[in-house]
Design a protein around this ligand. Structure first.
Ligand SMILES: [Zn+2]
Length: 479
């Protein structure tokens, strides 16, 4: 595949040149996605940077407009380069011309959106600059900024030098806070459609339904399928709901309520998650803990020697009402973060879940037909593990790659910007093993992929479990 050639030339480029704006680099990487010839691509990238695509654009205060501007300038450079090449395809030229027109329109829209929301932002900041409401207003401001971003163009991960550079996402909370926390979490009170736990977690139960019973096997990382059928959840997969987001402001109260209500009905019909946390931090139980939600069927995760290939059955699905867009999740609210953390503590205590088993969908999701990771990308970066008191699983060698030789393609890199560190670590492990065994990395990957095909098709001699495993492979529709 030509993917490797692209990646290599881009990496070389990145190592050579580090002094350009990350936003510009992202736009250029996006624009060059469809240039197949790595030499033409490199030539374009060089001329775009050397031609001075930066300059006064840096001074534009609104990031989405700045990005759209960079894109337009990059397109103009590309048009010039292609125009100077007499052999250039007219179809390509026409597409670049059309993209240039679209970029001009996007800038216009972004400016209009920014002007429309600016008065609301300023009013919010000025009126509530002191007192308890300040933090709420900061969230509102961020959320409105996200709305502007959504109008203009999805924001992307910023990366240049091999390390991911993310804009701050969810607000992080200090690990230790004032006040007394209970040593254990118990059901403190309950009503007809709610439960209250001793750590402050309140679960709305009016929408709870029972899914199919959990039933899964565990694989040993060397030996394969292990005897025994399990039914207790061993982990949590965090998701984004991929729904529309309204600014977190009083003026949008009706839209906020309606959009959450629609989302709850939708995820209940789809049995999509075990829990959903709305933007005010309300926790809804959707599919009962003991039963399976359709949230992460094609996923791979491992801890020590235990490997899990059916995450719907083995893991609880917890979704935050937010959206994964252009390489990052839009910010979750402080209320969501606090509720999510309380819920995580409760679930971990109830099912004795290890911290390394609280993972995100983007870290586990695979496309088994093409042996590619990142089929779903929600929380493929930016999940606030630390604020949840959890280890940073972006650093851990990614099991789908290290154990089963899964790979990633240009689309993945274009969306995410850079692989997370654990992905690079997993690739290093593959490379080391290939060297030791005098194989090429590709040969080792193929060997591991065959292992995955074998293991994931394995079903114990038990009819009901056979049905369970195959039905769990239905694709999950949301993030
Ligand atoms: Zn998801």
């Amino acid at each position: 595949m030509t993917v490797t050639a692209h990646r290599t030339s881009e990496d070389r480029y990145r190592r050579e040149r580090e002094a350009c704006s990350a936003e510009l680099a992202i736009e250029l990487a996006h624009l060059t996605r469809h240039i197949d010839d790595p030499i033409v691509k490199l030539k374009y990238l060089r001329s775009a940077i050397d031609g001075g695509c930066e300059g006064p654009v840096d001074l534009v205060p609104c990031a989405p407009i700045r990005r759209a501007w960079y894109r337009l300038r990059g397109l103009e450079m590309l048009y010039r380069l292609l125009g100077s090449d007499s052999g250039a395809d007219t179809d390509v030229l026409e597409r670049v011309r059309a993209a240039r027109r679209a970029a001009r329109r996007a800038i216009g829209t972004a400016i209009a959106a920014a002007l429309f929301l600016l008065p609301a932002l300023l009013a919010g900041l000025v009126i509530n600059v002191s007192g308890d409401e300040a933090s709420v207003q900061i969230a509102a401001t961020r959320s409105a900024a996200a709305a502007v971003a959504a109008v203009a163009e999805p924001p992307r991960v910023e990366a240049l030098d091999g390390r991911r550079r993310l804009e701050p996402l969810a607000e992080s909370l200090p690990a230790e806070e004032a006040g007394t926390a209970p040593a254990t979490i118990w059901l403190a009170d309950r009503g007809a459609d709610w439960e209250l736990y001793s750590n402050g977690l309140r679960i709305e139960t009016a929408y709870a339904i029972a899914g199919k019973p959990r039933s899964y096997i565990v694989h040993h990382r060397e030996l394969g399928p292990q005897p025994g059928i399990h039914s207790k959840p061993v982990g949590i997969v965090f998701h984004t709901s991929e729904s529309d987001l309204w600014p977190l402001e009083e003026a949008f109260a009706g839209e906020l309520r309606r959009s959450s209500a629609n989302l709850i009905r939708y995820v209940q019909r789809q049995q999509a998650y075990n829990y959903l946390i709305d933007r005010f931090g309300r926790v809804y139980r959707i599919v009962e803990d003991e039963t399976r939600a359709n949230h992460a069927g094609r996923g791979i995760w491992a801890r020590n020697d235990d490997v899990y290939l059916d995450l719907n059955d083995a893991f609880l699905g917890v979704a935050f009402e937010t959206r994964w867009e252009g390489g990052r999740s839009l910010p979750i609210t402080r209320a969501q973060l606090i509720a999510g953390r309380n819920l995580t503590h409760y679930l971990r205590q109830r099912f004795a879940i290890a911290p390394e088993m609280c993972v995100t969908h983007g870290l586990t999701s695979v496309n088994p037909k093409r042996y590619l990771i990142g089929y779903h990308l929600d929380w493929a970066s930016g999940f606030p593990f630390e604020a949840f008191g959890l280890p940073d699983l972006y650093e851990l060698p990614t099991p789908s790659v290290s154990l089963f030789g899964f790979d990633y393609d240009d689309d993945f890199l274009n969306t995410l910007g850079e692989p997370w560190p654990g992905l690079l670590a997993a690739e290093r492990l593959l490379k080391e093993e290939a060297q030791q065994r005098a194989l090429t990395v590709d040969e080792l990957r193929r060997e591991r992929q065959r292992r995955y095909a074998e293991w994931s098709a394995y079903a114990p001699a038990n009819a009901s479990v056979t049905n369970e495993s195959s039905s769990s492979q239905t694709p999950d529709k949301r993030g």
